[in-house]
Design a protein around this ligand. Structure first.
Ligand code: KIV
Ligand code: NA
Length: 264
């Protein structure tokens, strides 16, 4: 079967079919998720936290993220691959935003880009779309603005719901093909999803969105420590890997590995 296109996602919304998006930052997960039928893979700037060991997404650069996007694109056959524009790579205005988006498309072969913000980046979204590059929006809590927003907080509670709606409308009117809703009340996500013709992708936004996204290490239990409330762990990879490497080390210590079957 062929590569997923943005029109397929719109058609899924029209049919009322929900779908799952995952992050990926390497060839093995990209290949596995692609083969498992995940239609959209996001090479998030969350690689800052999940690959490079930073404690926020702010430090990752375009030059660091591009080779990772390239690896994910090369390792997929069906999934639509979205490259996430890092903090600092589009804020200056439409010209900078187009330049960065074009680098992602030319240097990685990805199929779309994502950037954070609503009303305040509508010009950038429109400019990138005019350049021929599909854009995924991202509103609600936007991690690149962590310090402006005063930490990881639900956005759009009470009176602030109208701001989330205004951002959603701005992103859609600017021509985005979909929009991530991060940490907004379920009711607000449902209103946005009903109002917009483009698919909404929730993370901490309840069951009302058209699609859901999680960071793969979170859903697979690879990351240690406390996870946000919106994460569900479907596996314990941290436990599995720890057991495996302990067994390897123990067998090396007592001479059980390598055996004759591993020896030339
Ligand atoms: O970078 C990322 O992982 C994201 C998703 C959580 C939407 O932006
Ligand atoms: Na991101």
């Amino acid at each position: 079967t062929r590569r997923i296109r943005i029109g397929d996602l719109r058609a899924a919304k029209d049919r009322g079919e929900k779908w799952a998006m995952l992050t990926s930052y390497d060839q093995y997960t990209a290949g596995l998720f692609d083969a498992a039928g995940i239609p959209v893979l996001l090479v998030g700037d969350s690689a800052a936290n999940n690959v490079f060991g930073h404690d926020s997404t702010l430090p990752i650069t375009v030059d660091e993220l591009l080779p990772i996007v390239r690896a994910v694109v090369r390792s997929t056959r069906h999934a639509l691959v979205v490259g996430d524009l890092p903090f600092g790579s589009y804020e200056e205005g439409p010209t900078q935003a187009i330049r960065t988006a074009v680098r992602f498309m030319k240097e990685t072969g990805c199929h779309a880009v994502k950037l954070e913000g609503g009303v305040r980046v509508a010009e950038q979204i429109a400019a990138i779309v005019r350049a021929g590059v599909p854009v995924m929006g991202h509103i609600g809590f936007t991690p690149q603005r962590e310090h402006q927003l005063g930490g990881y907080k639900v956005q759009g509670r009470g009176d602030q719901a109208d701001e989330v709606l205004a951002d959603a409308r701005a992103v859609a009117e600017a021509g985005a093909f979909s929009v991530v809703l991060e940490m907004v009340p379920g009711e607000v996500a449902q209103r946005v999803t009903k109002e917009l013709a483009i698919p909404t992708i929730g993370i901490g936004a309840g069951v009302g969105a058209d699609a859901q996204v999680l960071v793969w290490q979170d859903l697979a239990g690879l990351r240690g420590g406390a996870a946000p409330r919106f994460v569900k762990r479907y596996a314990d990879l941290a436990g599995e890997l720890t057991t495996a490497v302990r067994a390897f080390a123990a067998e090396v210590r007592d001479g059980a590995f390598p055996g004759p079957e591993h020896t030339f």
